[in-house]
Design a protein around this ligand. Structure first.
Ligand code: PSU
Ligand code: MN
Length: 306
């Protein structure tokens, strides 16, 4: 293994033992949610993974080491730094500078997939992935999460894509790149806060055994890349579609007016939505990531049993 990656003792032992491990990201902690809800959410995800019988491995760059299994104290410390630009948001292109300079950094979906793959972890749970932004035909803003999904063999459980993105173009991009998108108990790609987006998925999977078989078949064939497992928010916490759509549309307009670009776009939009919807969206957010962590653990366990 490369000298700049570090596995916690627990994660290393679990992997050596053939136990199921689920990777979790840290950009959600530093750039996605406010303190202390971010810490609460991250720890709730770890608990959900454990309750379902797998080992959680939250990933971040700590003093220049890409760390798989950062532990509660570090989750808390990164959490208190939310909104503080001292923690770099690390996608694929940012890992070299963060590691090279010995910095702390939070890993995005792409960054976390890279770490998971280096460690030998196959399943990863998050909230929402990055994708093709609205207006990408002129801005070219397409998240590196999508190219990572096309090349790194990790399955990502998410609640679909927020409609801050162009969901249709995101699905087209994934299709072009050969990334399977599975609807977990759904025929439609969920849209994070809501269970429906109006965009059908090609494959519906209703149980973790079937999911694990499809993942194994892909990787046994030597096909590169990952898979997207889209798990809808539990019904009881899904938000009113018209309301959340309006909020997101206003946020997208404001970002454009303010000239927000590049890697700042996603955090800006997330902060705006949070500001306008207050507690409601945050409660939905916590419930959906918790649910994703559980599904990821069940899939990871079945994958290890095959
Ligand atoms: N979407 C969300 N919440 C998030 C993110 C995306 O609903 O916290 C974070 C994830 O870490 C994702 C990253 O990988 O933003 C994508 O950023 P970008 O669009 O700059 O690639
Ligand atoms: Mn981007």
């Amino acid at each position: 293994m490369t000298p700049n990656i570090h596995l916690s003792d627990e994660v290393a032992a679990a992997l050596a033992d053939g136990q199921a491990v689920v990777a979790l990201e840290s950009t959600l902690i530093t750039h996605g949610l406010p303190y202390p809800l971010n810490v609460e959410t991250a720890l709730a995800m770890e608990h959900a993974v454990r309750d379902a019988g797998a080992i959680p491995a939250t990933v971040a760059v700590l003093k220049g080491k890409l760390t798989v299994g950062i532990g509660e104290a570090e989750v808390e410390r990164l959490g208190t730094l939310a909104g503080d630009s001292s923690v770099r948001k690390c996608s694929r292109r940012d890992l070299p500078i963060a590691i090279g300079l010995g910095e702390d950094g939070a890993t995005t979906v792409a960054g976390t997939m890279i770490a998971a793959h280096l460690a030998g972890v196959r399943v990863f749970a998050t909230g929402g992935i990055g994708g093709v932004h609205r207006g990408a035909e002129s801005t070219f803003d397409i998240s590196a999460d999508l190219t990572e999904l096309s090349q790194t063999p990790v399955a990502v459980v998410c609640a679909g894509a927020k409609s801050i993105l162009d969901i249709g173009l995101t699905l087209e991009y994934l299709e072009t790149k050969g990334v399977p998108v599975y609807g977990y108990g759904t025929d439609e790609l969920p849209a994070f806060y809501t269970r429906k987006s109006g965009f059908p998925v090609d494959y519906r999977v209703d149980d973790p055994v079937t999911m694990a078989k499809a993942l194994k078949a892909k990787w046994d064939l030597g096909l590169h890349g990952g898979a997207l497992i889209a798990n809808p928010i539990p019904e009881a916490y899904s938000m009113d579609e018209a309301f959340i759509t309006k909020v997101i549309e206003d946020a997208v307009v404001e970002a454009k007016e303010k000239g927000v670009k590049g890697k700042d776009t996603t955090p800006f939009l997330l902060a705006k939505i949070k500001e306008i919807t207050g507690g409601n969206s945050l409660e939905s957010n916590i419930q959906l990531v918790y649910h994703n962590a559980k599904v990821a653990a069940l899939v990871a366990k079945e994958y290890m049993n095959l």
